[in-house]
Design a protein around this ligand. Structure first.
Ligand code: ZN
Length: 250
């Protein structure tokens, strides 16, 4: 199983990070992309990728961190040339809290400019900002990546897929009230589906409430396989291959 979006730098892993990761790589996890949210977490993600053969990372500024990021290009661009860096992320828009929208859009655009210039994949975070985000990414038709833990409608997913974007599903799809993500998974073609934990967040049913980790990815893959009417192993292989193809991992 390949976890296309995780946060193992999070302090909730401080007490057992090495044992947990060693165990995950012994028991069926073949790859993890650890995503940064600012300079500190991007650097921590880079360090994890140097310690573990099967951890890759993305570096970037999360929309919630936009107001404090200053001249982030100074640290971001050098990090992107690291051999284990597979993209810029997570970046995007988040209109749930009151982080100034103008500032979020400015930081997102500057990162999309870099992705376009350096031909880097992007990991998009989108919360209650569907329309603005679609308008902005549409200005960069050459930039590709994933909408992570997808929260939009089936119609929105279809528009993105037509433009070449991949859709990543998290444990949310296993929740009892997950009608919308189930409808989305039904319309997204299998060659555009990725799966992720976003751990330590978004723990799938039946472990909701506990700290999430890549081992719980099986519940998300199982649900996706059910929706598509295929075997677990097939969905496991498809999501692994899609992640490797998109992020250029051998
Ligand atoms: Zn995340």
């Amino acid at each position: 199983m390949f976890d296309s979006h995780a946060h193992y730098e999070d302090e909730r892993f401080d007490t057992d990070r090495s044992e947990l990761l060693d165990n995950l790589f012994r028991t069926g996890i073949t790859g993890i992309i650890n995503c940064g949210s600012d300079e500190q977490t991007s650097l921590h993600s880079l360090e994890l990728s140097e310690r573990y053969e099967n951890i890759y990372f993305t570096a970037g500024v999360h929309p919630e961190n936009s107001p404090l990021c200053g001249n982030f290009e100074d640290w971001l661009e050098p990090m992107l040339s690291h051999p284990k860096c597979v993209g810029i992320g997570e970046i995007g828009l988040d209109y749930h809290y009151d982080t100034p929208k103008e500032c979020q859009r400015d930081v997102l655009v500057r990162q999309l400019e870099i992705a376009d210039k350096l031909n880097k994949r992007v990991v998009i975070h989108n919360r209650e900002s569907h329309r603005d985000l679609l308008d902005i990414v549409s200005l960069y038709p050459g930039v590709r990546g994933i909408f992570h833990s997808f929260s939009g409608s089936a119609e929105y997913a279809e528009i993105l897929v037509k433009k070449g974007w991949y859709i990543s599903f998290s444990g949310v799809i296993t929740f009892k009230n997950a009608e919308k993500p189930v409808r989305v998974a039904a319309v997204v073609p299998t060659d555009k589906i990725l799966c992720e934990t976003d751990c330590p967040y978004l723990t799938p049913h039946p472990h909701r409430g506990l700290r999430n980790h890549s081992g719980y990815l099986e519940f998300t893959i199982k649900k996706l396989a059910e929706i598509k009417g295929i075997a677990f192993e097939e969905m496991e292989n498809i999501t692994t291959d899609n992640a490797k193809t998109l992020f250029g991992i051998k």
